[in-house]
Write a protein that binds this ligand. Structure first.
Ligand SMILES: NC(=O)c1ccc[n+]([C@@H]2O[C@H](COP(=O)([O-])OP(=O)(O)OC[C@H]3O[C@@H](n4cnc5c(N)ncnc54)[C@H](O)[C@@H]3O)[C@@H](O)[C@H]2O)c1
Length: 417
């Protein structure tokens, strides 16, 4: 069944998703919405959108688009706005896709309250919520989910998840902050956040934890039960870290499947431990995954160990193409058209489809949300899953603020259905 959806937030990240959402074969109609009129206009006047967009579907605020008849809203606004905006949309009868994280604000207790309210709103309204976590649809995550479903890891033993994004890296976080606070909603935040300064709330990188925590949770289908964490405090008086207790944080979790997970959220150190800045590694008793390599071992029967024929580990290097799941053919073709707007139809048929955007995750996120809404099913990264990523970060930060005290991690259970 075809659906209609509204794109709310057409800033830098929302702009990257607009052509994909517009092109999905199950999307019949799109609406555009941003508080900055020129950001809507950029897409409204682009002929690429003409077959699915009508000028009467242009909106200047979330309040206005909530009064429209579209089925779903894709909310890619600034990170401190997500949770209340998603709740507003679901109360108005819209399914929602939210940019990550659930919400990022300096007060951890308030973040947990928003998790609670989002879960309650999904249950009560029956609306679907999906978090657009790019890590879940990186090739590595797709491969590990398949291996986990086969049972190839054996028992999960240990995982590492990390997000190493130094403030002065290529995608400069000072510049991102300047851009996000230069719009109307951004300037409002500069005033609003004083409320957190007044109550002494101290931020930290673990309040934006989903790129690091999602990989282990998503692959193992397990949640965190306990955490112990420590932070590194900026020592130079860098104004970027003004409202933060720490610029780098590292946490150790005990998970519901008895495995151990190490999470690192780093903003003041250049470089990465492995090949990528958003990465995870997973180690099981019979299979492990690290840096695009699969390590498998066939264990001998403990009662029949043959010392002349001991097992050897299998090591296999994988390409992104080997790790990715396939997309339906009509969706692939539609996304190829979206990514090559000037190309002739006959040339498109022969072109390869190379998914792009955060490890090629963007097309998969779009397909998962549209397909879930259209077929009335729970999206894979639903609110119960998303709350697990967020709760790990919040409680890790609380533990670090208490010099490593071991804390329980709250959990809202598995998604219904
Ligand atoms: N890997 C990832 O998953 C990833 C990468 C980059 C950004 N993001 C997320 O994407 C989000 C957006 O980032 P960005 O850099 O595009 O921000 P941005 O400031 O460029 O864009 C946000 C837009 O939302 C609009 N907006 C805010 N409130 C609104 C309202 N009530 N009604 C209509 N429009 C409204 C603003 O006017 C602005 O144009 C962030 O939350 C960020 O966390 C995720």
């Amino acid at each position: 069944m075809g659906i209609s959806l509204g794109l709310v937030g057409l800033g830098s990240f929302g702009s990257a998703f607009a052509p994909l959402f517009k092109s999905h074969p199950l999307v019949d109609r799109i609406a555009l919405c941003d508080r900055e009129p020129e950001r809507v206009e950029k897409f409204a006047k682009d002929p690429f959108y003409r077959d699915k967009f009508d000028r009467s579907d242009a909106y200047g605020s979330l309040d206005e688009i909530c009064g429209s008849d579209v089925d779903a809203l894709v909310i890619i606004t600034q990170p401190w706005l997500h949770a209340p905006q998603c709740i507003q949309a679901m109360e108005a009868g819209k399914h929602v896709y939210s940019a990550v994280p659930i919400i990022s604000i300096p007060d951890g207790n308030e973040i947990l309250q928003w998790c609670e309210r989002l879960v309650e709103t999904c249950r009560r309204t029956g609306m679907r919520y999906m978090l657009g976590e790019t890590t879940c649809y990186r090739p590595q995550a797709m491969f590990c989910r398949r291996k986990a479903a086969e049972g190839a890891f054996g028992d999960f033993v240990y995982c590492e998840g990390e997000y190493f994004h130094d403030v002065d890296n290529g995608c400069n976080l000072r510049e991102v902050h300047r851009l996000r606070t230069s719009s109307r909603s951004g300037r409002e935040w500069l005033e609003f956040r004083k409320k957190y300064q007044e109550i002494g709330a101290q931020n930290g990188p673990m309040h934006y934890p989903t790129h690091s925590t999602s990989g282990p949770v998503w692959t193992m289908n397990a949640h965190a039960e306990k955490v112990t964490a420590y932070g590194f405090r900026n020592r130079t008086g860098d104004p970027y870290f003004d409202d933060s207790a720490f610029s780098n944080e590292v946490a150790l979790f005990r998970m519901s499947n008895a495995s151990i997970v190490r999470i690192a959220e780093m903003r003041e150190t250049p470089g990465t431990p492995g090949g990528g800045s958003e990465a995870f590694r997973i180690f099981g008793t019979t299979g492990s995954f690290s840096e695009d390599r699969w390590f498998g071992i066939r264990r001998p029967d403990p009662e029949k160990i043959d010392f002349g024929n001991l097992p050897r580990p299998e090591v296999r290097s994988l390409t992104p193409g080997e790790m990715r799941d396939p997309l339906p053919e009509d969706v692939r073709q539609a996304f190829k058209r979206a990514m090559n707007p000037g190309a002739e139809e006959k040339d498109l048929q022969d072109m390869d489809f190379s998914p792009t955007g955060h490890g090629g995750s963007h097309p998969y996120l779009v397909h998962e949300f549209v397909d879930a809404v259209s077929s009335r099913r729970q999206p894979a990264i639903n609110v119960w899953e998303a709350a697990r990523y967020m709760a790990m970060g919040v409680t890790a930060h609380q533990s670090a603020l208490r010099d490593g005290e071991t804390l329980d991690v709250p959990d809202w259970g598995d998604a219904p259905e």
